[in-house]
Design a protein around this ligand. Structure first.
Ligand code: NDP
Length: 442
């Protein structure tokens, strides 16, 4: 591999310190990207080479050296200086507020980018299918689509990728994963954490855009896709795109198939509406639920229920495939009340198969049991995995342009209905299990 340059625009920010540099550090420690040149850039005058290197040492746990360039990335002349400092074609990571990213991309139109430059963009990618499409058109004028990496770090999580191994490298489950045998699929990402001082970002995003439109739809894509011929980027991303193109709301009425809610004071949390930086009149939801249909031969008629909430008492991060009841249980066998379930846990990373079997005592009385396994940890943290794809010029784990637009298309009827006040904003106490009127109840 030739020497690589990583340019981080927005290098003094939270994402760089908390996620990007630790991921880079793991990648470097594992021996990937030897000879990396690292360039950090932002506007603040309080940064220089020494402060940047210290940030890298602290966050990445390694010292690859590095250079700081003060730059307003919305100005073409500043971007020219940053790009010229790269040893070869750089990977440019936009760790910037989304509006600044869009302006930086526009400014890049006036910069000669070296052949082979890769552009790495964070979520949220646009705020609607229209704005995502505008941004896609702009990026297409800068570099080929294969060199655009739209990051969804959930696709760098080893458990999420293990869905592929579980489904397509085993004979046992895949034949059952269809509308003949599956009653429902739930993808839930409930976290105990609250706002964590991120009002500036979150109050404009909310749970639907922050989690469901991005991460959870990607998990749906992996759970519902047909088997790709290979994990080569074209094959894999085509199969994921097929399934997301076929995904829509369960019914045309968003009031029936979506829920939104906001936490009130509870546990150790103050009410979301009272958090510093929050504008309560925005009606930002901290919990969102959607029921979707994947309208393919395989999945037609099976509801996919997606939910994510903050400040939930018991954090629950899993995909659960609930199977239909057996067609008939012989008279005389009792206790077979629970449907079989396959659960894929996303932290802790586990796999569980729940089913009914003879328990102790009466051999005709069935009890639920659970076969459990743990997924081994991945070699790299999610951002390490994402960056490896960037350095290897392999866009397999990045979101393709059309898919970024599809994921907005799927949620847009809901965002419009919410904005128009057609779906009430429910409340739940922080630390509780969420609103009583949940679409996932039962
Ligand atoms: P921050 O607000 O913490 O950091 C933003 C960075 O952008 C700062 O370094 C800031 O530098 C820089 N910046 C702003 N304007 C300019 C400009 N005109 N020229 C150069 N630099 C500029 O944001 P985050 O790090 O939290 O988020 C960055 C991106 O990552 C966003 O798109 C966000 O949605 C995404 N993201 C963040 C996550 C997180 O956990 N933080 C998780 C997932 C995605 P300065 O201080 O000098 O202005």
């Amino acid at each position: 591999m030739t020497d690589q340059t990583l340019i981080i625009l927005g290098a003094s920010g939270d994402l760089t310190a908390r996620l990007l540099l630790p991921g880079l550090g793991a990648l470097l420690k594992a021996g990937h990207v030897p000879g990396l040149s690292l360039i950090g850039a932002a506007v603040d005058e309080g940064w220089d080479d020494e402060r940047w290197r210290q940030r890298v040492r602290e966050s990445a746990g390694v010292d690859p050296g590095g250079r700081w360039i003060r730059a307003d990335v919305t100005r073409a002349e500043d971007l020219r200086t940053v790009i010229a400092a790269a040893a070869g074609p750089p990977a440019v990571f936009f760790a910037l507020p989304p509006a600044v990213t869009a302006r930086a991309c526009t400014a890049l139109l006036d910069v000669d980018l070296p052949e082979g430059t890769r552009l790495v963009l964070e979520k949220p990618f646009g705020t609607s299918s229209g704005s995502a499409s505008d941004l896609n058109r702009l990026l297409a004028r800068l570099v080929p689509e294969s060199r655009v990496h739209r990051v969804d770090h959930f696709l760098g999580k080893s458990t999420v990728l293990n869905i592929l191994g579980l489904r397509f490298a085993n004979r046992i489950f895949e034949p059952l994963l269809n509308n003949t045998h599956v009653a429902a699929v739930d993808i839930v990402f409930d976290e105990a954490l609250g706002l964590e001082n991120r009002a500036g970002y979150y109050d404009h995003a909310g749970a639907l855009a922050d989690m469901i439109q991005s991460h959870l739809l990607q998990i749906l894509g992996l759970l519902a896709m047909e088997a790709p011929i290979s994990l080569e980027a074209g094959e894999f991303r085509d199969r994921k795109a097929d399934v997301l193109r076929a995904t829509r709301l369960w019914t045309p009425d968003p009031a029936e198939c979506s829920r939104r809610a906001r936490y009130t004071a509870g546990s150790s949390f103050i009410s979301y509406a009272d958090e510093p930086g929050v504008d309560p009149s925005r009606q930002t939801e901290t919990l969102a639920e959607l029921v979707l249909a994947v309208d393919t031969w395989r999945w037609s008629g099976v509801p996919f229920r997606l939910r994510s909430g903050k400040a939930i008492g018991s954090s629950r991060k899993e995909a659960v495939i609930t199977f239909r009841k057996p067609p008939r249980v012989p008279d005389g066998l009792t206790g077979c009340d629970q449907p079989d379930r396959l659960r894929i846990g996303f932290g802790p990373d586990t796999l569980a198969l729940d089913f009914n079997i003879n328990g102790p005592g009466d051999p005709f009385e069935l009890d639920p049991v659970s076969l459990q396994a743990e997924f081994g940890a991945g070699e790299l943290p999610p951002y390490g995995e994402v960056l490896r794809g960037v350095f290897d010029d392999d866009p397999t784990l990045s979101i393709r342009a059309d898919v970024a637009e599809q994921c907005w298309r799927i949620v847009e009827p809901v965002t419009s209905a919410w904005r128009a006040g057609k779906v009430p904003l429910l409340e739940y106490a922080a630390g509780s299990r969420g609103p009583a009127d949940s679409l996932l109840a039962g």
